[in-house]
Each structure stands twice: as C-alpha cells, then as structure tokens.
Design a protein around this ligand. Structure first.
Ligand code: NDP
Ligand SMILES: O=C1O[C@H](COP(=O)(O)O)[C@@H](O)[C@H](O)[C@H]1O
Length: 480
C-alpha cells in the first residue's frame, strides 16, 4: 500500500492530465494501490467549479479507460479524492491563496506535478517557495522536454534546484515506465546469456524506432517550436539507447542506474556542422492516408505556420565512443503520421564467420514496446523435409501471454506510484538531461546552418526516401 499524500497537478485541464495522468490515477485507485488518504488537486486558469471539473475529468476517463475497467461506483469513489483550484500559476500572489486553500498539512508529502509548458516551471517553483509550500516533504515532477536547448535546460535545472534538492526532483520520461523497457534491463542483467556477446565484436548495429500514426493533434502550438528531435529523440529515444548500451549498474537503485546511463550519453560522438548531412535525416509529413482516411499535410494542421520548417520525422546515426561500442552504429528514427504505430529496438548480431548453408541471415534480438509487448530472438532453423533449407524463425517471449493474469500497467501508473513512494530510479537526473542536450544542440545548430528544409514524406509512409538511402549507403536497411 502506497503512502498518503497530496498530489497537485498544474495543467489540470490539459491534454496530458486528461488523457494520461487522471486515467493512470483512476487505475491505481481501482487496483487499491493508492492510500485511502491520497488527495488530488488539479490546477489551471480555466474558471471551473469542482462539479464542472469532475464532469470534464469523468468524460475523459471514460474515453481512456477500457470499458471493462470503468464503473460508476469506482469513478464516484475515485472522484472523492479529486478537487479543482482555478489559479494563474504565473502569478506569485495566487500561491498565497493556494496555501490558504491547502491549509496546514506541512508534514504530509506533497507532490507538485508540472503538466504545463516548461516556461512555467521556474515561476511555479519559485512561487511555491515564497508561499512556504516547498518544504522538506515536497516533491516536484517535471515533464519533458526540459527546455529547448542545453542553455535553457541548465537554467530550468538551476532554478528548480535552488528550491528543491535533486533527490526531490522527478524528471519524467514516460518511456522508462513502459514494462518492456524495464524488461530490457531484466533481459540484460538477470540473464547470463547475452552479456558476453553484448558488444562491438558480436553486434553489427542497433536500430531504435518509435513510429506513430498520430499527427500533431491539438498540440501544434507546442510542437511547431519543438519538432521530433526535441519532442522525442532528445529524451525517449536517447533513454532507450542508454538502456541498451549502459554497463551493468552495481545496484538497482537510482544513483547506480543513472550513473551508468549518463556515461553513455557522455560517450556519444558529436555530430557537428556539415556532418548533419550524412548522419541525420529530417522529414515533414505531407498529405496522405492513415487507416484508409485522408489526413492533411503538417502545415495545414491547426496552429502550424504554413511555411513551417519543423521536422516531424528524424533519423540519426549515433555512435558511442567507448570500448564496448566503438564502431557500432545506433540508428535512431522517430516520426509522426507513419504507416503504422510501433516502438521497437532491434539488435542485429554479426553474421556467422563462414557460411555452410545456402541461406544465412544474421541473428536479431527484437524488443517490441508497442503495440504488443514482446521480445523475440530470430534464429536460423532448418525447415522440415529433405535437404538443408534454412529459414529464420523467432523464439517469441510474448509478455502479455507469459504473465496473462495481470493487467498491463500504463507507464504513468508505474511512474506516479514511484513518485509517491519516493523512488527516482526511473527518472532522469539533472546531468543526464544536460548530457542529452549537449549532444543534441550541435545537431540542431548544424540543421540551422546546413539543413533547414525537412524532406517531405507522405502521411502513412515509412518516412522520407532519404532515410532509406542514408542507411542503405552503409549496406544495411531498416527492419520491418
Ligand atoms: N500531451 C502529451 O501527450 C504529453 C505532454 N508532455 C508535456 O506535458 C506538458 C503539458 O502538455 P499538454 O498537456 O499537452 O499541454 P496543454 O497545452 O494541453 O495543457 C497545458 C495546461 O497548462 C494550463 N496552464 C497554462 N498556462 C497556465 C497558467 N498561467 N496557470 C495555470 N495553468 C496554466 C492549461 O490550462 P489553462 O489554459 O486553463 O490555464 C492546461 O491545463 C508539456 O510540457 C508537454 O511537453 C509530455 C509528454 C506527452
Ligand atoms: O512524449 C511524447 O510521447 C508521445 C508518444 O508516446 P507513446 O507512449 O504513445 O509512444 C508523442 O505522441 C508525443 O508527441 C510526445 O510529446
């Protein structure tokens, strides 16, 4: 059973809160994982009373939670925990009103979840402090992306760090809360099988793909200033890369795991200047079809400039300059409005040194995060019948089948519970975020100088043609 706390969600009427955070909290409540005294206070400027907010929250929870998991009784019990407070979080004076509303309760754990644009992070932290709301029992959760560059991330980190100790700052990257991502650590560090071959001598290359069919939806105002590099690659894809590439931590605790991840980020080979033309591909979706329906081009989406140069697709060839990984390319790609939704990591091993049979394909380890969660090891096997006809077959560990009795947790459920329980193992430390920006910034500068126009690709495709040429130049291809 979790501990008692007040959870204050700034941005309580926003997309993230309504689509992810509240459904996750509902599930935690339904599964009996929230202490009976956990209270949730949503905050935003919109003038709503409690009843109005509950109606909004219920509508979204009904839409997000599976029918079989939603019941009116459970909702009503969950709603008892929920309240709404209208305030402008950019105004210091409003926090005096908030302190008054919260009353004394200084000894209770308070979690401040900042589900707002990052430009509110600094004012909220400083206003919390001046209203006496940032005491020892207060924790703060920051959504990604932290800033839009190394400099802005450092400024945010410094401002938050001036109010909250690092151990009380939770920089969330929801990919770390996904079951299969954690399973990657189990696979690597709880099985002796892979360690001897988990290195340059045996691995040809690694591909990490996060493809979405969604477009920018109603987030154009944010996305057009961010793009795929800041929205996805700087955080989610680099975190996945870290988990594939890191050394075994001495313990499974926050400091040990994060120490190893940061070393990987620091070892990433810089991509600077004209290198961006060889090592990266930017793309932007045009009109096309998703699931048989016409969808508009990116520049016709709401809140997007008609001549926007923002990338909705990015592919990068990353290299890690250390003993384990020298010379092994890590191909990262992510895009919106792609042919199908899938997130996966594919490790391709080196081919056998001498081919005895007519057919030979390199072994591949496939770690699928979405839509299904499974791990597959592709091996060559003899097809039944006469002769040595070899075909690739997959040893398949389907996690949904292997653990069929338990409901699959959404990433936010796991991470929210970790915050309440004070476990920051699956959250990003300050130096990790900054090391990631340190590598990403020169790429963004290279694009400014040499690669302003993203390559077009039709919605519903596998990205721009250049993304295929880029990997084929090296005698490889994207896995499908
Ligand atoms: N949506 C998603 O799927 C994801 C979002 N994120 C991150 O989460 C954060 C929030 O994103 P998202 O929910 O999409 O954004 P939205 O624009 O949908 O929501 C922003 C929220 O902030 C509130 N807000 C804005 N200004 C103020 C203010 N001055 N005082 C109080 N509240 C304010 C808005 O309410 P009001 O206007 O009523 O004040 C609204 O509730 C961003 O940092 C984003 O990058 C990260 C991962 C995924
Ligand atoms: O952080 C983000 O992630 C989502 C994709 O998350 P997933 O869990 O559905 O894979 C992405 O759509 C969004 O643009 C980004 O901000």
């Amino acid at each position: 059973m979790s501990i008692s706390c007040d959870m204050l969600v700034f941005g309580g009427t926003g997309d993230l809160t309504l689509h992810k955070l509240l459904p996750a909290l509902y599930h935690l409540h339904r599964d009996g994982r929230l202490h009976s005294d956990v209270r949730i206070l949503a905050l935003a400027r919109k003038k709503l009373d409690r009843a109005g907010y509950l109606a909004l929250a219920e509508r979204h929870c009904r839409a997000q939670v599976a029918r079989s998991d939603f019941s009116v009784d459970t909702w009503q019990a969950f709603a008892q925990r929920l309240d709404y407070f209208a305030m402008d979080a950019s105004q210091r004076g409003e926090f005096v009103r908030l302190a008054h509303h919260l009353g004394s309760g200084d000894r209770r754990v308070r979690v401040y979840y900042l589900a707002t644009a990052p430009d509110l992070f600094e004012p909220i932290a400083s206003h919390l402090e001046s209203a006496g709301l940032a005491g020892e029992n207060a924790r703060i959760v920051l959504e990604k992306p932290i800033g839009h560059s190394l400099e802005s991330a450092q400024a945010i980190n410094a401002a938050i760090g001036a109010v909250f100790a690092e151990s009380r700052i939770y920089r969330i990257d929801h990919y770390l809360g996904k079951e299969t991502v954690q399973n990657l650590m189990a696979l690597r560090f709880a099985n002796a099988l892979f360690e001897p071959i988990w290195r340059a001598g045996h691995i040809d290359h690694v591909q990490i793909t996060v493809a979405e069919t969604l477009g920018v939806e109603n987030r154009g105002g944010y996305y057009d200033h961010a793009g795929a590099m800041r929205d996805m690659l700087q955080n989610h894809l680099l975190q996945l890369l870290c988990l594939v590439a890191m050394e075994a931590p001495v313990r499974f605790d926050a400091e040990s795991v994060r120490n190893e991840k940061v070393k990987v980020l620091q070892a990433l080979k810089p991509i600077t200047g004209m290198d961006v033309l060889d090592k990266t591909v930017r793309g932007q979706y045009g009109a096309g079809q998703i699931g048989g329906h016409d969808v508009p081009a990116y520049y016709f989406e709401p809140s997007i400039d008609n001549d926007s140069d923002t990338e909705t697709f990015v592919a990068v060839q990353a290299e890690i300059d250390n003993w384990r990984w020298a010379g092994v390319p890590f191909y990262l790609r992510t895009g919106k409005r792609m042919a199908r939704k899938r997130s996966e990591i594919i490790i391709t091993f080196k081919p056998v040194p001498h081919l005895l049979f007519k057919k030979g394909e390199a072994n591949r380890l496939v770690i699928r995060l979405q839509p299904e969660e499974c791990i597959g090891l592709q091996l060559m096997a003899k097809a039944p019948g006469k002769g040595m006809q070899l075909e690739p077959v997959e040893l398949d560990l389907n996690l949904a089948h292997a653990f069929s009795s338990s409901r699959r947790w959404d990433a936010y459920e796991r991470l929210l519970l970790d915050v309440i329980e004070g476990d920051s193992t699956l959250f990003m430390r300050r130096d990790e975020v900054e090391a990631a920006w340190q590598w990403v910034d020169p790429i963004l500068r290279g694009w400014q100088g040499h690669y302003r126009k993203p390559r077009p690709y039709p919605a519903g495709s596998d990205g721009p043609e250049q993304a295929h040429q880029f990997i084929e130049r090296q005698g490889r291809g994207w896995s499908y």
